[in-house]
Design a protein around this ligand. Structure first.
Ligand SMILES: Nc1nc2c(ncn2[C@@H]2O[C@H](COP(=O)(O)OP(=O)(O)OP(=O)(O)O)[C@@H](O)[C@H]2O)c(=O)[nH]1
Ligand SMILES: [Mg+2]
Length: 257
C-alpha cells in the first residue's frame, strides 16, 4: 500500500480533498483506503475506513485531562502514537492500492510532534509521500507564496520524505491569478521579480533571502493547482505520485502495491 498523507494549514481543504480524490480514484478503478487522523474533527466529508476518533476524541481528552482545546490537541497527538497498534491492526483489514490519510486541522500538531514520525514508520515509511496543500488565501501574494513554500519545505525537512506541493481550491482563482502563481512556481526569477515589485521593506527583503535559501537547497518545486470542486489537477497529482512512487510506471504501481 502507498501511504499518501494530506497535510496543510487549518482550513486549506485537506478533508475535502481526501473525499474528492477518492471519488476521482474510484472513477479510474484505483482502490483506496481512507484514514482520518484528526481526533478533533467534528465531522469529515467522507466515510473513513479507519478513524482515529474511534480511540481518541478531542472532547473526551479535554474532559479527562481538564484541558482547553489547544492543550488537548497536543495530548491527542501524543496519544495517537500510543494507539499505533490499534491503528495498524485496523488498517491491516483493508486492502487497497493507496491509503489517503487526513491529518489534524492545525498542521503543526502533525508536523512538530514526534508521534507523527512514529505513525509514519509504523505504517511504512518507504512507500509514503506527503501532499502539502497551499491555501490560495495565503499564496496569492508573493510574500504569502514564499511563506507557504517554507511550510512545505518544513514538512519535507521534518519527515525526510517526498512532498508534493498543491495549490488547493484553484477554482476560486481567476485564470490570470492561476497563471501568475504557476509562473512563480516554475520560474524563480518571476517570483524574485514579484517580491521585488512589492514595497521594499524588511519583510520583502527577508522573503527574498528565504526564497534564495530554499532555491539553493532544492526545495523550490512546481506548485500543482487542484480543485476538489471541479477535479481540475487531479490527473497531474496522480502523475506526480506515480513519478515519486514508481518513477512514472503506472503498471508497476498497480501490481506492486
Ligand atoms: N471552492 C472550493 N472550496 C473548497 C475546496 N476544498 C475545500 N474547500 C472549502 O474549504 C473549507 C475547508 O475545507 P476542509 O476540507 O474542511 O479543510 P481542512 O484542511 O480539512 O480543514 P481543518 O481540518 O478544519 O483544518 C470548506 O468550506 C470547504 O468546502 C475547493 O477545491 N474549492
Ligand atoms: Mg479537516
Amino acid at each position: 500500500m502507498y501511504n499518501i498523507y494530506i497535510i496543510g494549514t487549518a482550513g486549506s481543504g485537506k478533508s475535502t480533498l481526501v473525499n474528492a480524490f477518492k471519488d476521482w480514484m474510484d472513477s479510474r478503478d484505483l482502490d483506496c483506503v481512507l484514514v482520518n487522523l484528526d481526533p478533533g474533527a467534528d465531522s469529515v466529508p467522507y466515510d473513513a475506513d479507519v478513524d482515529i476518533r474511534e480511540w481518541i476524541h478531542l472532547g473526551e481528552v479535554m474532559d479527562e485531562y481538564s484541558l482547553g482545546p489547544n492543550g488537548a490537541q497536543i495530548v491527542c497527538a501524543d496519544l495517537m502514537a500510543l494507539s499505533i497498534d490499534k491503528l495498524t491492526t485496523a488498517m491491516e483489514s483493508y486492502r487497497g492500492r493507496f491509503t489517503l490519510i487526513d491529518t489534524p486541522g492545525q498542521m503543526e500538531l502533525f508536523t512538530f510532534r514526534q508521534s507523527s514520525n512514529i505513525i509514519v514508520d509504523a505504517l511504512g515509511r518507504e512507500k509514503s509521500v506527503f501532499v502539502f496543500l497551499s491555501d490560495p488565501s495565503l499564496s496569492r501574494t508573493p510574500n504569502g507564496f514564499v511563506s507557504n513554500m517554507m511550510l512545505c519545505a518544513l514538512t519535507q525537512f521534518r519527515f525526510s520524505l517526498p512532498v508534493v506541493n498543491l495549490l488547493s481550491k484553484s477554482d476560486v482563482l481567476s485564470e490570470e491569478e492561476l497563471e501568475e502563481l504557476r509562473l512563480w512556481s516554475m520560474d524563480p526569477y518571476a517570483l524574485y521579480g514579484a517580491l521585488l515589485d512589492d514595497d521594499i521593506n524588511t519583510q520583502t527583503l527577508m522573503g527574498i533571502e528565504l526564497f534564495k535559501a530554499m532555491e539553493n537547497v532544492g526545495v523550490y518545486q512546481e506548485l500543482i493547482p487542484v480543485s476538489a470542486q471541479t477535479f481540475d489537477g487531479f490527473e497531474d497529482l496522480y502523475n506526480q505520485l506515480q513519478l515519486i512512487f514508481m518513477g512514472g510506471d503506472d503498471a508497476d504501481m498497480v501490481d506492486d502495491a
